[in-house]
Design a binder for this molecule. Structure first.
Ligand SMILES: C[S@@+](CC[C@H](N)C(=O)[O-])C[C@H]1O[C@@H](n2cnc3c(N)ncnc32)[C@H](O)[C@@H]1O
Length: 193
């Protein structure tokens, strides 16, 4: 679990109403759902990810934790009812290869009116992105540089592009800013009530 998972979970824990339901889109091995469950056992967080191996890894870690459920699914078609979630997160998920417009529309369906979606993405244009990315994923600067060049930057979606897709999918913006201590930008979106 990385610092940004803990930071996002802490922020969620402060705003979620008692017994709220949330969705983590592209949850990987369940890092964010598990971080939230440590702070708020009263809430239910459903993580979805199309990767069978990531879901299997997450389920092993979440065994016995009733506040976390992990499902294999893509963001473009969620196996969840409409207006179900109080809030949703997507960390490092909206990239080339994901139909961002469809994903944002589908998450909007699942979130309640007045509910929110917090998106965090790597900002390819952030100053010192390489050094700061290193601290996010591994302590080895050489390994981090290879991951960044090979896997992350070629798939990153420019901030402006995501802003346009957000508008097309009918979300309003609560916050749109670079994170002060991480090479990430944050879009906090809201479904109109
Ligand atoms: C960089 S990882 C981030 C994982 C997790 N959110 C985290 O913060 O640790 C990106 C994740 O997005 C998932 N992903 C890829 N395509 C997706 C899609 N269409 N819908 C939802 N998740 C997807 C991948 O399987 C992967 O687990």
């Amino acid at each position: 679990m990385a610092n940004h998972h803990r930071a996002v979970a802490a922020r969620m824990a402060r705003v979620l109403a008692p017994q709220a339901w949330c969705l983590d889109v592209g949850c990987g091995g369940g890092e964010l759902p598990l971080a939230l469950a440590r702070l708020r056992r009263d809430c239910l967080v459903v993580g979805i990810d199309p990767s069978a191996s990531a879901i299997a890894r997450g389920r092993r870690r979440a065994r016995g934790i009733a506040a976390v459920r992990l499902l294999r699914a893509g963001a473009e078609r969620l196996p969840l009812p409409s207006a179900w979630a109080h809030g949703a997160t997507a960390i490092g998920v909206i990239k080339h290869g994901v139909d961002a417009r469809q994903a944002l529309t589908e998450v909007r369906r699942v979130v309640r009116p007045g509910g929110w979606l917090w998106i965090y993405e790597l900002d390819p244009a952030a100053a010192g992105v390489q050094e700061r990315f290193s601290g996010l994923v591994t302590d080895s600067p050489a390994v981090a540089a290879r991951i960044l060049q090979r896997f992350v930057l070629p798939h990153s979606v420019a901030r402006e592009q995501l802003r346009e897709q957000r508008l097309a999918a009918g979300w309003t913006i609560d916050e749109d800013r670079a994170m002060p201590d991480l090479p990430l930008y944050a879009f906090h979106l809201r479904k109109p009530a």
